[in-house]
Design a protein around this ligand. Structure first.
Ligand SMILES: *[C@@H]1O[C@H](CO)[C@@H](O)[C@H](O)[C@H]1NC(C)=O
Ligand SMILES: *[C@@H]1O[C@H](CO)[C@@H](O)[C@H](O)[C@H]1NC(C)=O
Ligand SMILES: *[C@@H]1O[C@H](CO)[C@@H](O)[C@H](O)[C@H]1NC(C)=O
Ligand SMILES: *[C@@H]1O[C@H](CO)[C@@H](O)[C@H](O)[C@H]1NC(C)=O
Ligand SMILES: *[C@@H]1O[C@H](CO)[C@@H](O)[C@H](O)[C@H]1NC(C)=O
Ligand SMILES: *[C@@H]1O[C@H](CO)[C@@H](O)[C@H](O)[C@H]1NC(C)=O
Length: 493
């Protein structure tokens, strides 16, 4: 009998503790690279459209400048702009390290105090699963994802979903956060253009992937624990080679170019030629109006792109439908990789433009245990998402975040509840369950004492549980023991 009661007390307390700390929640962040909002209108995403209208959704999300893959994925995962996390492009020259970088450890380690969500989750004793998410290959202070899969295009979309669920259902280290990345429709849209039937086909395939994730949640009965956020890093637009601006015709051999169209970092080979080179570019830009040129102190403030180590000294940004001479090189690469023939009128997919442009906006919708259904919210910034991740995972948000917590409040069912009010709820539920259990014990005892035909020696030893000090002792000690036993209780999903 004592054992049954102890279990009951444990049970009554475990549930509120888990609820208060969100220890029971699982978060999946799904990114389909360069999925633009217009793709929902092609008539090939019936499942996703229904799921999306049942979810919390926004017409679009606002992303960061430049609207490129690595900068935006890292802003989603850290909650700060490119100037802070230092991933200022898919490639750049670093004036402090005096070297140029593409995808590398250094790219993702500009400021050591800024940690992506999968690392914060590990630091909070969670297990992160990283499915090809940009930047997740590298350790931060020696810590990495518990489960990880390096970028591997041969692993098809369904295999990736299966692997993700193996991580979540892992008996020893169940993943409570998965960063799930798919390189399409970006990959193919660069070569074929976002308008091509090839992309419509891929979008239909991704609709099936979204459905597969949803079905697996149901199949494993995880609806009461899982939260899924579907998003992209940026949109996509198209351009043709006839719209290439060849900057080498303006500045010749006097500079090095880093990054890729439509945003290039220009570094003069001779430092004191900066003003002359800038003026040349500005003159042409003023006449052609197909690109803009900026010195570091002229970059629009709304871009939050001021980083003297990894930006500039000159930044050129092409207008929509335009790109720079590096597009010729890319075209050759697409020709080989996709067996296509290139001419001046091929449509290529391009992104990276000003983040105020509609076709550059990413998608957002979310559903699951803590997320409101049938709910549309105003477009918000991708850097606001960190507050949402932290809330779902029960992590206290780092103090350096640059987003706004108010913007994501309308997404959560319990967002009215602050951390403190959750603790109040926890305390109250412990008190109430203690009272209920005490009443139950008193009743049982009273009932037994009054069963005249049972010899007293049969239940004499049970009197001790009514001893006040013992009762309080056992309840006070339960929170620790519940946390300790939590993994055995909730591992089995
Ligand atoms: C998707 O929905 C549209 C309109 O609701 C319908 O015409 C079309 O047949 C559906 N497609 C599939 C594959 O179910
Ligand atoms: C969306 O909600 C409707 C109405 O509740 C339901 O019939 C439908 O199955 C839901 N669809 C998805 C994909 O969740
Ligand atoms: C980065 O990539 C570009 C384009 O592919 C290449 O030209 C450059 O050499 C690479 N830089 C480094 C440091 O690997
Ligand atoms: C990439 O994925 C394929 C298909 O799942 C697999 O056969 C291969 O071993 C993987 N490569 C690496 C390096 O993991
Ligand atoms: C830029 O244009 C101005 C006026 O049109 C001209 O005086 C100047 O020489 C030009 N500068 C360069 C570097 O071409
Ligand atoms: C490339 O495409 C051409 C014609 O479209 C075709 O004949 C050829 O077999 C293809 N090559 C490869 C390697 O797929």
């Amino acid at each position: 009998m004592t054992n049954v009661l102890r279990q009951l007390v444990l049970f009554c307390i475990i549930i509120p503790v888990f609820k208060a700390l969100n220890l029971n929640e699982i978060l999946i962040i799904v990114s389909y690279d360069a999925f633009r909002n217009e793709y929902f209108d092609r008539g090939v995403t019936n499942f996703t459209n229904q799921l999306r209208s049942n979810s919390t959704r926004s017409k679009y999300m606002l992303n960061i400048f430049p609207t490129k893959t690595f900068p935006n994925h890292h802003s989603i995962a850290t909650g700060v702009y490119a100037e802070e996390h230092g991933v200022t492009g898919n490639g750049f020259y670093d004036f402090e390290l005096k070297q140029s970088y593409n995808y590398s450890y250094e790219m993702f380690h500009f400021r050591s105090e800024i940690k992506p969500i999968w690392i914060l989750n590990e630091l909070y004793n969670g297990n992160s699963g990283c499915m090809m998410w940009p930047g997740s290959d590298y350790l931060y202070d020696g810590i990495g994802c518990t489960h990880k899969r390096h970028y591997n295009l041969s692993e098809n979309f369904h295999e990736r979903v299966d692997e993700m669920f193996e991580w979540i259902l892992d008996k020893k280290n169940p993943a409570n956060l998965v960063m799930f990345y798919i390189e399409d429709p970006d990959n193919h849209a660069h070569a074929f253009g976002p308008e091509s039937p090839k992309i419509t086909e891929l979008v239909a395939k991704l609709d099936k992937t979204t459905e597969y994730i949803h079905k697996k949640i149901m199949f494993h009965s995880l609806e009461e624990r899982i939260n899924v956020i579907h998003l992209s890093d940026h949109g996509m637009d198209s351009m043709q080679l006839k719209n290439v601006i060849d900057l080498t015709k303006i500045v010749g051999n006097s500079v090095d170019f880093y990054g890729s169209s439509p945003v290039l970092q220009i570094v003069p080979k001779i430092e004191n030629e900066l003003d002359k080179i800038y003026e040349k570019l500005l003159n042409v830009s003023n006449i052609m109006k197909t690109f803009k040129v900026f010195l570091n102190n002229e970059l629009p403030e709304r871009w939050h792109f001021s980083n003297k180590y990894r930006v500039g000294p000159i930044t050129v940004v092409a207008e929509l439908k335009y790109g720079f001479q590096d597009m010729y090189e890319s075209a050759k690469w697409y020709e080989k990789a996709y067996n296509i023939t290139v001419n001046e009128n091929n449509n290529y997919g391009v992104h990276g433009y000003d983040n105020a442009i509609e076709s550059m906006h990413p998608v957002f919708f979310a559903y699951g245990h803590l997320i409101k259904e049938f709910n549309e919210i105003e477009p918000f910034n991708s850097i606001d998402l960190m507050y949402l991740f932290c809330e779902i995972l029960g992590i206290s948000p780092p103090n350096y975040l640059q987003g706004n917590r108010e913007h994501i409040k309308g997404i959560l069912k319990t967002s009215e509840m602050s951390k403190t009010s959750r603790w109040i709820v926890l305390t109250v539920s412990i008190i109430i369950s203690t009272i209920l259990v005490s009443i139950a014990m008193l009743t049982i005892n009273y009932w037994r004492r009054n069963r005249a035909n049972v010899p007293t020696y049969l239940y004499e030893h049970e009197d001790t549980i009514l001893d006040d000090t013992k009762l309080h002792g056992s309840i006070n000690s339960t929170p620790q023991s519940t946390l300790a036993t939590s993994s055995t209780l909730f591992n089995v999903a």
